[in-house]
Design a protein around this ligand. Structure first.
Ligand SMILES: [Zn+2]
Length: 338
């Protein structure tokens, strides 16, 4: 989810998204809002908030739209509007039955909205049958209905679907702005800056990283002694790093950031500031850089990235993390000369 639906609404909240808002407002005011919209951009950039606000503006009964308190606005804010149909992937997939159910709802006229909205979160998660079914509706959309497809990876959508939608790009938040936003939650400026850099413009991710900031420092301390962990320690660490899927994702981002800085320190301790992902753990990173070879750090980064890539397939996070931590320097095993 991009924002808290219970409290947040209004285009003014979408900091750094002026081009997207200008385009949307321009189309809306001129009465040329397309029936197919594609909101692209990473999570945390305000796509959900923009979609909800758009539906509110289009259906608000107040002159100051969106007012936030009329019947329509309130229902949308509480996710209870019968004409605001949201589809989310289930176990990572949007299947055809979900699209069919939505299409059945579209046969009837909107219950009460002037304009009905269908929101597809993570639209790239549609399988081929689902995508083909959606394409048929997009080719002949029902009256008074707009579709908003949201995805961080628009290239994964069928070209025929993309061509039926007007793409609105949501930009990553600049590091400095993000750090300022995270500062009230963070222990200090350095922690806010670290989270902002690691989050690459993703506000929600930045907030999660701040909540897990203690992990960042503990990881730096652990790996300042080198890569080899005693098996019992490695297993305990693995368990701690994989509490659930989202916790594991955060751990992987922290570890990748850590090893990127360690890799730099291993090459030359003085260039650590290029990434500066763990700037406030400089001493630990420098120590780690003396004990870990750049190619070992690179290998760890590669394994962490592999695991992140496979997280949306049904891997078992705990076992995958065990494998990374139990055999941290077996890069040689994969080398043909070994
Ligand atoms: Zn209203």
């Amino acid at each position: 989810m991009d924002s808290d639906p219970q409290t947040a609404y209004g285009f003014h909240l979408l900091e750094g998204q002026s081009p997207a808002i200008r385009t949307l407002e321009g189309m809306r005011v001129s009465g040329r809002l397309p029936q197919g919209l594609l909101f692209s951009g990473m999570p945390g950039t305000g796509k959900s908030l923009a979609a909800r606000t758009l539906m509110m503006v289009e259906n608000c009964r107040d002159s100051e739209a969106p007012c936030g308190h009329c019947r329509s606005c309130r229902k949308i804010l509480m996710d209870q509007h019968p004409d605001f149909i949201a589809i989310q992937p289930l176990n990572g997939v949007i299947r055809i039955d979900m699209i069919r159910k939505m299409i059945e709802q579209l046969i009837r006229k909107p219950h009460e909205a002037r304009k009905r909205f269908v929101l597809l979160e993570d639209a790239h998660a549609m399988n081929r049958e689902a995508a083909n079914a959606l394409l048929k509706v997009l080719e002949e959309p029902p009256d008074a209905t707009s579709f908003i497809l949201m995805t961080p990876e628009p290239q994964r959508l069928l070209e025929t679907i993309r061509s039926r939608c007007q793409e609105i790009r949501f930009l990553p938040m600049p590091v400095k702005t993000l750090a300022e936003k995270l500062r009230p939650m963070a222990e200090d400026d350095a922690a806010a800056m670290s989270a902002a850099r690691l989050a690459c413009g993703n506000l929600l991710l930045g907030q999660s990283l701040i909540r897990e900031d203690h992990k960042r420092k503990i990881l730096a301390r652990i790996f300042s002694h080198g890569l080899s962990l005693e098996p019992a320690k490695a297993l305990a660490l693995s368990e701690w790093l994989t509490p659930d899927r989202s916790g594991t994702e955060i751990s992987l981002i922290l570890m990748e950031g850590l090893f990127r800085d360690i890799c730099l320190a291993a090459t030359d301790a003085n260039v650590l500031c290029i990434h500066g992902l763990f700037d406030d753990c400089r001493q630990e990173i420098t120590e780690a850089g003396k004990k870990i070879l750049p190619e070992q750090a690179m290998d760890m980064i590669q394994r962490i990235r592999d695991m992140r890539r496979h997280m949306d397939q049904n891997i078992l996070p705990r076992l995958a993390m065990d494998a990374i931590l139990m055999n941290p320097d077996n890069a040689a095993c994969r080398c043909p000369a070994a």
